[in-house]
Design a protein around this ligand. Structure first.
Ligand code: C2E
Ligand code: CA
Ligand code: CA
Ligand code: CA
Length: 278
């Protein structure tokens, strides 16, 4: 039995070592990815449900490593832990603003861009400065940029975060609460932080047409957003039936595979031109 225990212990340690080694390797690969520009930014349309027009896009990062696309859930957590997300996040902000400025010049006026922020970006580095620099460099109107934050941001250190958000809101940048309903259950933060939009999490939206409980949650979030004078976006809309149901419930915007998957920048422009008949 003792030998078993030792063996178990041995296997456990070697697994831990392997996982640490994987993380170290991934971090050095991420460093290379930054230096060699291996990241790409994809764009997923956001549609106004009342008239079916594309009004904006969410920017979503992709890592193209040796011809394979590594999804963000595999490397964002590692980049957050090591702090590399600060540098990656700056690149995302600049690239998103550059593309959005191009859209305006191409006649896609008013199409805005939404960028995901990691809590780490608020805790290290000077986020408002980087946001303003990205806007100025591209001569982009701040109202065309929406920053997506998650409820996890409001767990601690809220004072410095509140300050930073306030500075950016004052300049005209918009904020959205991403994955709304999945995180922190204390809703006090909603009145304290100047968010303008709730993004209803995909986990509620995707199967709402077959699961009454999920539909009830979506109804409640839509009602709450109306009561609090917030915009709302439903994520993970995968079919026409769900889009129609959301519109009927008073949801303003939708995003999901029903309209389009996230697209490379050039494909996004072509998609909007065809869809909005520009
Ligand atoms: P998210 O912000 O909640 O982004 C929405 C995710 O849902 C995206 O996954 C998108 O491709 C996917 N999606 C959109 N519509 C549908 C649909 O109809 N059905 C289904 N099944 N999925 C849909 P993606 O691109 O893999 O991104 C995953 C997460 O990675 C994002 O979740 C976000 O938290 C994070 N992420 C992506 N880009 C960035 C970034 O630039 N910075 C940071 N900090 N995080 C990012
Ligand atoms: Ca998001
Ligand atoms: Ca989301
Ligand atoms: Ca999510």
């Amino acid at each position: 039995a003792r030998r078993d225990e030792q063996n178990n212990c041995y296997f456990y340690e070697s697994e831990m070592e392997a996982s640490i080694t994987r993380r170290i390797n991934m971090n050095s690969d991420l460093r290379t990815a930054i230096n060699e520009s291996q990241f790409e930014l994809y764009f997923q349309p956001i549609v106004e449900l009342s008239n079916n027009r594309i009004v904006g896009a969410e920017a979503l990062i992709r890592w193209k490593k040796d011809n394979t696309l590594i999804p963000p859930y595999e490397f964002i957590p590692v980049a957050e832990e090591s702090g590399l997300i600060v540098e990656i996040g700056r690149w995302v902000l600049e690239k998103a603003c550059t593309e959005c400025a191009k859209w305006q010049a191409l006649g896609l006026q008013g199409i805005s861009v939404a960028v995901n922020l990691s809590p780490v970006q608020f805790k290290r580095g000077n986020l408002p400065n980087h946001v303003f620099r990205a806007l100025q460099k591209n001569h982009l109107d701040p109202s065309l940029l929406e920053l997506e934050i998650t409820e996890s941001l409001f767990i601690d250190d809220t004072e410095t975060i509140e300050k930073q958000i306030h500075i950016m809101v004052q300049k005209g940048v918009y904020f959205a609460i991403d994955d709304f309903g999945t995180g922190y259950s204390n809703l006090n933060y909603l009145s304290k932080f100047n968010a303008s939009t709730l993004k209803i999490d995909m986990s509620f939206v995707r199967h709402m047409k077959t699961t009454p409980q999920l539909e009830h949650i979506v109804n409640a979030i839509i009602k709450m957003s109306h009561a609090m004078d917030l915009e709302n976006v439903a994520e993970g809309v995968e079919d026409a039936e769900t889009a129609a149901a959301l519109k009927e419930k008073g949801c303003a915007y939708g995003q999901g595979y029903y309209w389009s998957k996230p697209l490379p920048a050039d494909d996004f422009v072509a998609f909007v031109q065809a869809h909005n008949k520009i």
